[in-house]
Design a protein around this ligand. Structure first.
Ligand SMILES: NC(=O)c1ccc[n+]([C@@H]2O[C@H](COP(=O)([O-])OP(=O)(O)OC[C@H]3O[C@@H](n4cnc5c(N)ncnc54)[C@H](O)[C@@H]3O)[C@@H](O)[C@H]2O)c1
Ligand SMILES: O=c1ccn([C@@H]2O[C@H](COP(=O)(O)OP(=O)(O)O[C@H]3O[C@H](CO)[C@@H](O)[C@H](O)[C@H]3O)[C@@H](O)[C@H]2O)c(=O)[nH]1
Length: 438
């Protein structure tokens, strides 16, 4: 089976590598020629555990190919996936220009039957827009009898766990409108079914909606817990115990109940905005999601507010150490990361900032340039600092040597954005501690 995946980012590269691992012949296509050349040399553009191995292994086995030339390979393919970005456009609407450009290229060059699958996260109805555009172009080219299908196959992988999520999905969602498309997608996902993973077929509109609704539900849990945490802090309850108590109810479950300094990343923030906008366009107001977004924006400011509170508003001339810059551990992605909100506020208040992240240092220079000090490790970052602030819970931050930190820090304050430390333990070393909801 031969497939192409257009867009070789987090989703395109991981999906392409994982399908090739299942024996499918995959060509990953991107317009970024430098990225494609580097991939051919085994240089992976993103930090994603386990990805390099399967990319290199399948490239060397000649099952995974890289190209910048979609027209040249298009007519060898049975399926083409569109996996380009859908960033927030004006008013939060999903910007579909990359998706529609790819659809247009397909329409201009296809001369054999094809299944076009949308893997990017797209507003309800987008696959039909693609179908209509392709049909129109084919008709204009005189190819009125050329058959093609569209399908929707949204992706649910998480960054930092992408390979595992793709290979062992909770479910695969496929939206189709023809038996032929269903048969082809069944064939492609047969290895997953053999491994007992569920493939759920439905209509295209429901498939597109399932993706947004899932992200919206997860983001809602997070904002809800952040609200609960902030209330716990005011009334003296322990949010860590409340979370454990709530999560033990099988109807609620344990995951995605961790309060923190807000959700970031390339998906939740933009997808919540896009779903609010889709609803608006349909004449409906998503009141819950508007509140989810509002709570999250406020939560992203919480570490700065705690820092300000601790120093009674006198921040100018102080130094803050920031551990963790990526929007979550095990990735170098800093899109909409809470660390950015924190660092920008600290800089505006005249605070010197010393940062360290195990994977995102290069990415940080792109976002924050020379305004901060880039440390070589956690202790270098903490050297001379008045406070240690942790927006991202990388594993290597969990058990630092507090005695060393006590010696090298100027003031002994820890502001914990992910509740990974214990207040009593830190007090025993002479640190003042503030976490989320505590
Ligand atoms: N990042 C995630 O964890 C994740 C998970 C699930 C779904 N998604 C969704 O998947 C989509 C892709 O996200 P991503 O994070 O992989 O994006 P990304 O920005 O990492 O990658 C997109 C890639 O598409 C390429 N591209 C743009 N226009 C192109 C064109 N005309 N032809 C070929 N390549 C082109 C870009 O050069 C880039 O390499 C989005 O809709 C996103 O919401 C992302
Ligand atoms: O209990 C939790 C869980 C997560 N987060 C934060 O939420 C954000 C997103 O985390 P996560 O969902 O793990 O990472 P993403 O890679 O953004 O993955 C989400 O977005 C993807 C893109 O749509 C989807 O495919 C995934 O299913 C969905 O989990 C991060 O800032 C986390 O720190 C919390 O604050 N508390």
């Amino acid at each position: 089976m031969k497939i192409a995946i257009v867009g070789t980012g987090y989703v395109g590269l991981v999906s392409g590598a994982c399908f090739s691992e299942m024996g499918v012949d995959v060509t990953c296509v991107d317009i970024d020629s430098e990225k494609i050349e580097r991939l051919k040399k085994g240089i992976i553009p993103i930090y994603e555990p386990g990805l390099k191995n399967i990319v290199v292994r399948n490239y060397e086995a000649d099952r995974l190919h890289f190209s910048t030339d979609l027209p040249a390979i298009l007519n060898d393919m049975e399926i083409v996936f569109i996996a380009v970005g859908t960033p927030s456009g004006k008013d939060g609407t999903a910007d579909l220009s990359y998706v529609m450009t790819v659809a247009n290229t397909i329409a201009e060059h296809m001369s054999k039957p094809l299944l076009i699958v949308t893997k990017s996260t797209v507003p309800v109805g987008t696959s039909y827009r693609i179908r209509d555009l392709v049909r129109k172009r084919l008709d204009e080219r005189g190819l009125t009898d050329l058959r093609f299908d569209v399908a929707s196959n949204p992706e649910f992988l998480k960054e930092g766990a992408a390979v595992n999520d793709f290979m062992s999905p909770d479910r695969v969602i496929v939206g189709v409108e023809s038996e032929e498309a269903k048969n082809l997608m069944t064939k492609l996902y047969r290895p997953f079914v053999l491994n007992n993973f569920r493939v759920i077929f439905m209509d295209i509109l429901s498939s597109e909606m399932t993706k947004y609704a899932s992200n919206a539900m997860l983001a809602t849990r997070i904002s809800f817990m952040n609200d609960i945490a902030n209330l716990c802090e005011r009334v003296g309850a322990d949010v860590n115990m409340v979370r454990r108590g709530m999560g033990s109810d099988s109807r609620i479950g344990r995951s995605f109940l961790y309060p923190g300094c807000g959700y970031g990343g390339s998906c939740f923030p933009k997808d919540i905005r896009a779903l609010i906008k889709v609803a608006e366009d349909a004449g409906y107001e998503m009141n819950v999601l508007k509140a989810v977004e509002e709570v999250n924006n406020r939560q992203k400011d919480i570490l700065f507010q705690k820092f300000k509170h601790h120093f009674n508003g006198k921040m100018e001339g102080r130094t803050a150490a920031v551990w963790g810059l990526s929007f979550k551990p095990e990735t170098d992605d800093m899109r909409e990361a809470p660390s950015l909100t924190l660092i920008r506020s600290l800089r505006e208040a005249g605070v010197s900032v010393r940062v360290y992240d195990p994977a995102a240092m290069q990415e940080a220079r792109y976002y924050l340039n020379d305004s901060i000090y880039y440390a070589t490790d956690i202790y270098d970052a903490a050297n001379g600092a008045d406070a240690l602030i942790v927006p991202t819970e990388w594993k290597e931050f969990r058990l630092p040597n507090w005695s060393i930190l006590k010696k090298i820090m100027n003031n002994h304050v820890v502001i914990d954005g992910r509740n990974i430390y214990n207040m009593e333990e830190l007090a025993s070393y002479g640190f003042a501690y503030s976490g989320i909801g505590q």
